[in-house]
Design a protein around this ligand. Sequence first.
Ligand code: BES
Ligand code: ZN
Length: 878
Amino acid sequence: MSARPDTSAAPIHLRDYAPPAWRVESIELNFELGIDTTEVTAQLHLRGDANAPLRLDGEGLELLAIALDGQPLEASAWRYADGMLEVEGARDGSVLSTRVRIHPAANTALEGLYLSGSREAGFLLTQCEAEGFRHITFFPDRPDVLTRYTVTLQAERARFPVLLAGGNPDGAGELPDGRHWARFVDPHPKPCYLFALVAGRLEKIERDYRTGEGRAVKLVIWSEANVIDSCHYAMDALERCIRWDEQVYGRYYDLDVFHVVATHDFNMGAMENKGLNIFNAKYLLADPDTTTDDEYKAVEAVVAHEYFHNWSGNRVTCRDWFQLSLKEGLTVFREQQFSADMNSTALKRIEDVALLRRAQFPEDAGPLAHPVRPAEYREINNFYTATVYEKGSELVRMLAGKLGADGFRRGMDRYFERNDGRAATIEDFLAALGEANDLDLTPYLAWYGQAGTPRLRARGQFDAAARRYTLSLSQHTPATAGQPEKQSLPIPVKLALFDRHGRMLPLRMDGQTEAHETVVVLDQAEREFTFEQVEHAPVPSLLRGFSAPVILDCDYAPADLALLLTHDPDGFNRWEAGQQLAVLAFDDCRRDGQTAVRAWCGALAQLFADPALDPALLADLLTPPGEVELAEREQEVDPAQIHALRQRLQTQLATTIGAATLAQRLAALDVAGPLRLDAVAKAQRRLKRRVLELLALVDAPAAQAHADTQYRQAQGMTDRLAALSVLVRTEADAATAALADFRRRHADNPLALDKWFAAQAQVPGERALERVRTLESDPAFTLKNPNRARALLGTFASGNPSGFHRADGAGYALLAERLVALDALNPQIAARVATAFNGWQRLEPVRREAARQVLTGLAARPELSRNLAEIVAGVLKS
Ligand code: BES
Ligand code: ZN
């Protein structure tokens, strides 16, 4: 039995890739399931080169028996050490049999086979991506080994009435002693990271689905009995996304059953195991009383994401983990398209760009920066990052934009056809898209290999005599750790020109008349673009729709941005102009300037009065960039000051709109009657929350009184949580009673309780720490449940800059202590929470020194897992 993997293990390099010497054509797996011990027998049908050593991965496995071609192996014919089993004597066509014992209930890392819930009532399940299968049996645990699976599960019927594995059902029956069995055959060869099983007492809901190809499919969602009624929304979302993938991509489901299972104990959001998706309950269960509007959207998005992997990830998988974005970036993009189609294109784009700036830009600007396709890693689980996912999706979006809808579809058809049943690379993807369109897309490969966010500088010059407008674009990517030299990238810049009245001008370039919007590509360090027959100095609208993941530097006057904010017909661009203007206004607040503050507040006050504006869009327009995003622009970050300035800016906004107007709008948005979940009602709640927050800045008593009533009368979680959060943050007298009520009311609902923890971990400023300490001693708090640990510690460390970054360093000390405890239970979660330290080098000196001390102390601890050690060492390097 090996305990922890070697922390000092050397990094793995993309350039060292070599195809496997041995493949496994098919496998028969047999599980004798038990909570404390499970025995796994495996028969591997091998193909390969007898001259190459046969090496199989295996972590913490107790080897009970081993045989080759039916003959038990002598002890001298195999060696098991450091997570690797080496076997002698295998030939092409050999069958290797092993029998191992593993311990699900003792598995707190939630990787491999583990127990969800209690020993008495819980169920068994697996998580194999990225390298969990080696915790279950000996196998070449790498994604380019594609295998046909036959899986037989055996267990005591009373304790494990439901037995599930990926693939189609292939028989079931009784065994002596109250035991039973079930078999599953997956006809599609797959990498072992897509293997899954589930066993226990579960309830189900079912729906029949017929694919466009005529296949009858059973859709089944499983959960523990008490929440099965909360699975219907996910079932609707599932049917919607299956239909959408047929219509938009021509992709059909390919098994007779599609199982989805909800668990409260899960490291990630959800997992796309072939035919047996497993979900963190947070992204599957939905119920009007306990689920917010944003969470409903998240359920729809995650259900779609995992389903879409059936093609982008499963049918076409990754050659190695460096290619992770090939499936994740592409699938995020597909989900973004789907969610835009189901809801609103502009609002979805706003949400995704805001996430990119909040999560990916800081990653790309700090010591953890890495390319969308990294060149090396130590612990692959640390590379499921915003860069691989979110920036990866932006790269697909750029390619899709370049090809146009029809060209992109042609390219995707080619990609799926040519790579079906294969483990592919980013090059394969670009080649398919390019060849189907007679285009060379290899210049875009540079985006995948280069870390750091490019700066795009834009300067316009108007020549009145020549009636000509010249736009000069240049690019520069700052050096990142280990990548000092940067090359120029192809940057598509979608643009339009506006006149002083806010009308879009026709664009005349190179003598050709074009539409009102065009895309120019900056594919070198700098270039000029000239527009003819322009009568007056125009206002350029650049990077429309966020056409490339870059940071734009354009010397806009506040009035220019205010014009775009009030006149651009596109909701996203309007929001974007407002964000840029808010940044200027933020700088004004610091210097006691007024121009940009007035422009921002004035424009928004005007929009506030516009009855035609979508309330959801208005809510987003009224929200300035967050504290994390604002900190990114600073040389020396003082999170307390950023918080204070941002509050001052919002107070100015609230004052400009006026307390009376805000209160009036709030009253108008308060609709009586039963909860409605349609888009209009959701948009109104979104605005209501924002207006309440603004009112709290100019008339706290009025806002608190409203929040108190809203809390008590709320028909659903969106309004209830918004009210609670305003009460808590403004330290209203009514907060205590509301918190106690919420705690009591939702005591049996872990997902609702997570929100209760998170709302309190978000109180800004110095008081947050004491609160976190108190909450840690709440009987419902535990480090063993990832959702709970994230709700309190993750929210505090990553979602509350002014609370976490106390000048005395007490926030850092607390987090470091908890990380050590968490790491001993669950290294993946500890490593993720630890990324909150990213960016400490840019803190002002006092906080920087405090963080440095805590981090060096943490790095020196010998017991850290490879996961946590890599992140701590990573953030420490400059
Ligand atoms: N394949 C991942 C889940 C995963 C990630 C497993 C890392 C093991 C290690 C899944 O498809 C995924 O991307 N899930 C996301 C949610 C998604 C909607 C972006 C997640 O879990 O955060
Ligand atoms: Zn995914």
